[in-house]
Design a protein around this ligand. Structure first.
Ligand code: BTN
Length: 269
């Protein structure tokens, strides 16, 4: 392995970028910030280009899905937000989250040789616990996407999550000796751009089979909460990426968003 410092300052990881443009253009690095998603949304409002990146060593007001907070201590994870400004319909917003989640699973496979899964809609799962969460917020221009902020929190060191989440969360160092965060970030940016290129060019149908292969929900009993409430068997994804759940009465419902518990994953028995 190359001798790479573990700081996330752009001078450290930019030389590791092998292809693509993400991470080469507008990059804002903060030792400490409130939330990289908030900072990145401000870049969106001010007209910054596709691929603009905000990265922080530590967040003091990190945000998660469903209005939760996201623990983001200094140096323990990769807390980043990428601005997406592409020609996409508004319905592509959840699909961008899939792109980020797949980019992280591909990064783990290529740099660490380990296979992570996805818990629909967008948690990255390693050994049954969550290693990364994605938060995507969108701004619309009629029925098109004006821009989206694609934030991800990836746990590298044990201190990345609070002790009370030990049953549900995991950090990379609990499985392998982690590569420097700089290498992980550079690879993630490359993988993300290639997934977003594919989504813009070919639409969701191109991503769907890859996603289905990674999805830990499929074929398992699931319980949906937060918004729609239902339980049943997750049977697949529809053309938009909604989760298809077969209920006890035999009918199938397409779930667009929500919190999903999957038996056997993240402490759900
Ligand atoms: C989830 O609830 O699983 C989503 C967590 C997303 C956390 C990341 S950390 C970087 C970015 N900035 C934030 O405030 N949130 C996202």
């Amino acid at each position: 392995m190359r001798n790479v410092s573990d700081a996330l300052t752009p001078e450290v990881w930019q030389p590791l970028l092998t292809s693509g443009s993400y991470g080469r253009k507008c990059v804002i690095y903060h030792p400490v910030t409130g939330s990289t998603n908030t900072d990145c949304a401000a870049l969106g409002t001010s007209g910054a280009e596709d691929g603009a990146l905000v990265i922080a060593e530590k967040q003091t007001a990190g945000r998660g899905r469903m209005d939760r907070s996201w623990f983001s201590p200094a140096g323990c994870g990769i807390w980043s937000s990428v601005l997406i400004r592409r020609d996409l319909p508004l319905t592509a917003a959840p699909q961008l989250s899939f792109c980020a989640a797949l980019a992280w699973t591909d990064t783990l496979e290529s740099l660490c040789g380990i296979r992570a899964g996805l818990k629909w809609p967008n948690d990255v799962i390693l050994e049954g616990r969550k290693i990364c969460g994605i938060l995507c917020t969108c701004t619309a221009a009629e029925d098109r996407l004006a821009y989206a902020v694609l934030g991800s929190g990836f746990n590298v060191l044990r201190g990345a999550y609070p002790p009370e989440l030990r049953e549900k969360a995991i950090a990379l160092e609990e499985t392998v000796s982690p590569p420097p965060r700089a290498e992980l970030l550079a690879e993630y940016l490359r993988q993300l751009e290639s997934r977003v290129d594919c989504l813009e060019k070919d639409g969701f149908t191109a991503l769907r089979p890859v996603l289905e292969r990674r999805c830990v929900n499929l074929g398992k009993p699931v319980r949906i909460s937060g918004g729609q409430q239902l339980s049943g068997l997750a049977t697949g994804l529809d053309d938009t990426g909604a989760l298809l759940v077969q209920k006890e009465d035999g009918s199938t419902e397409a779930v667009l968003c929500g919190d999903v518990s999957v038996r056997g994953v993240m402490g759900y028995v």
